[in-house]
Design a binder for this molecule. Structure first.
Ligand code: CFM
Length: 537
């Protein structure tokens, strides 16, 4: 089932004209016959519309920095912001040294009214001193929240002086919530400073092991990184660093020694991927470790890059064994899921990544979208030069890097690079739209009104989304699967993850709960009328 242009227009017609004009640009029905279907993305949500997006601070502190376990992350701001990012993103980590894993803590300067009036710099300096005293971390981050930027606290100056006082790196992130139109701005701010201050900060010139790689944009939600690492290590890869799931300051410093960078979530980390290529000559490979096919294909592409017969053979051996093991398990769940349809609306990458896994268990994605991705995540990186920069995007500093005189080394020759690019997505991402079927609908920054309208038309069997939107939909009688925190399940990545996902989705369908809920469109009369003095209206 699909939405027709007429039905889409009827939904949009319900908006006031200005809103309609805006929202029309954020939605399209996939039509492969059209040469380029352009979508508007990464622009401000219309005030008053309830969006599912977060803020720049959430993207910086909560998403990119949050999982780095051996740093203490200080939130400079009122307590609510710190509380909001305390464990809501599932930053799971294990540490050989339990004194250097601070992820369970939430450290905030707890700004009060007097700090807003008289300034919060002294309080921030005091908190940094306390953190050094109590925790002795490898390094500290300070993330600014909205009021900090409004009152003009100079967090960089405070961080610099604390750094010289204690001899411990203190990194300041001006990621005030309002810095961008969504958390995407915060990703960029975090990427810049990690690149500037952490990556390459070690003396190491060579990785300690064969086939050294970094995994970028993998955040270990529900243990995803651990499942991916299990397989990669067995094949023989050396994982220099993970950015940033179960990651650490110590590992990140060595990231320049990798021979290849893998990019799972393009949206949140493509900046570092590109900068690593410019500075050290290391290409990046777009991977998707979600789904059996995605996982297998990514492994094969990695082996092709290293072009080593033993590695290729080992890759095939592991894939064959893993697939044979999990196939019968997935098949039993497929019987429950086959023929169903899904909405897949998630942050900035999962709206795309989960479609393959859904397909593997027989579920077709009829609507997909991102909360805060950019046009390249929908249309492919070839559109980047055509993306207009607006006042909001100019707000975020662009870090300029150049080739490192000592360390830059082309990892593959330009000829080999061209040859590989024909076969594998090397330093490229084709985006979501190209893989979707004609007739499916793609929506940027989907809101509650549109969600309900599309659900009435498409009646999907499952709604894959986030915490802000799922409950309304469940009350309509449709199972929802949170693809941000996995409803506290997981891992969903890799081979074992695919089985877990199939199991959880099947459980959602098989639950008897849905028999007790009547969706609103089943008991609302199709026609309504009122009797007035003039007659029936
Ligand atoms: Fe990347 Fe993410 Fe995502 Fe993201 Fe996020 Fe997340 Fe996400 Mo929630 S970094 S863009 S800002 S894959 S927290 S682990 S699930 S919205 S789709």
């Amino acid at each position: 089932m699909a939405v027709t242009e007429k039905e889409l227009q009827e939904i949009l017609d319900q908006y006031p004209s200005k809103v309609q004009k805006n929202r029309t640009k954020h939605i399209f029905i996939k039509d492969g016959a059209e040469s380029a279907q352009v979508i508007e993305a990464n622009t401000r949500t219309i005030p008053g519309i309830i969006t599912n997006r977060g803020c720049a601070y959430a993207g910086c502190k909560g998403v990119v920095l949050g999982p780095l376990k051996d740093m203490v992350h200080i939130t400079h701001g009122p307590i609510g912001c710190g509380y909001y990012t305390w464990g809501t993103r599932r930053n799971k980590a294990q540490s050989d040294d339990p004194t250097q894993n601070f992820l369970n803590y939430c450290v905030s300067t707890d700004m009060q009214e007097s700090d807003i009036v008289f300034g919060g710099e002294k309080k921030l300096a005091k908190v940094i001193d306390e953190v050094i005293d109590i925790f002795h971390p490898k390094a500290i981050t300070v993330s600014a929240t909205c009021p900090v930027g409004l009152i003009g606290d100079d967090i960089s100056a405070v961080a610099r002086s604390a750094e010289s006082r204690h001899g411990v790196p203190v990194l300041a992130f001006s990621c005030e919530g309002y810095k961008g139109v969504s958390q995407s701005a915060g990703h960029h701010i975090a990427n810049n400073i990690l690149m500037e201050r952490v990556i390459g900060a070690s003396e190491a010139e060579k990785a300690a092991g064969k086939y050294p790689i970094n995994i970028l944009g993998e955040y270990n939600i529900g243990g995803d990184s651990w499942e991916i690492e299990r397989v990669l290590k067995e094949i023989g890869y050396t994982i220099v660093s993970v950015m940033t799931g179960d990651g650490s300051y110590e590992e990140l410093k060595n990231a320049h020694t990798a021979e290849l960078n893998l990019v799972q979530c393009h949206r949140s980390i493509n900046y570092i991927a590109e900068m690593l290529e410019t500075k050290y000559g290391t290409p990046w490979l777009k991977v998707n470790f979600i789904g059996v096919q995605g996982m297998s294909e990514s492994l094969r592409n990695m082996a092709l890059y290293f072009d080593d017969e033993a590695l290729i053979a080992k890759t095939e051996e592991v894939i064959a064994r893993e697939v044979a093991r999990i196939e019968p398990l997935i098949d039993q769940y497929k019987k429950i899921c086959d023929g169903k349809t899904a909405f897949c609306f998630v942050g900035g990458s999962r709206g795309h990544h989960y479609q393959g896994l859904f397909a593997e268990i027989g579920i077709e994605t009829v609507l997909a979208g991102y909360e805060f991705a950019h046009r390249d995540d929908y249309e492919g990186r070839q559109v980047i030069p055509t993306i207009k920069t607006d006042a909001d995007s100019k707000n975020i500093p662009q870090l300029q890097v150049s080739a490192d005189e000592q360390r830059f080394r082309l990892k593959v020759s330009p000829e080999k690079m061209e040859e590989l690019k024909q076969k594998i997505p090397l330093s490229d991402y084709a985006g979501m739209a190209v893989t979707m079927k004609d007739g499916s609908i793609i929506v940027d920054d989907l809101n509650h009104f549109e969600t309900e309208e599309f659900i009435k038309i498409l009646k999907p069997d499952i709604f894959a989304s986030g915490i802000k939107d799922k409950y309304v939909i469940q009350k309509m009688g449709i199972p929802a699967k949170q693809l941000h925190s996995y409803d506290y399940s997981g891992p969903y990545a890799g081979f074992n993850g695919a089985v877990n996902f199939a199991r959880d989705v099947s459980m959602g369908f098989a639950s008897p709960t849905w028999n007790f809920i009547v969706p609103p469109w089943q008991d609302e009369p199709l026609l309504t009328g009122t009797v007035t003095e003039e007659g029936v209206a």
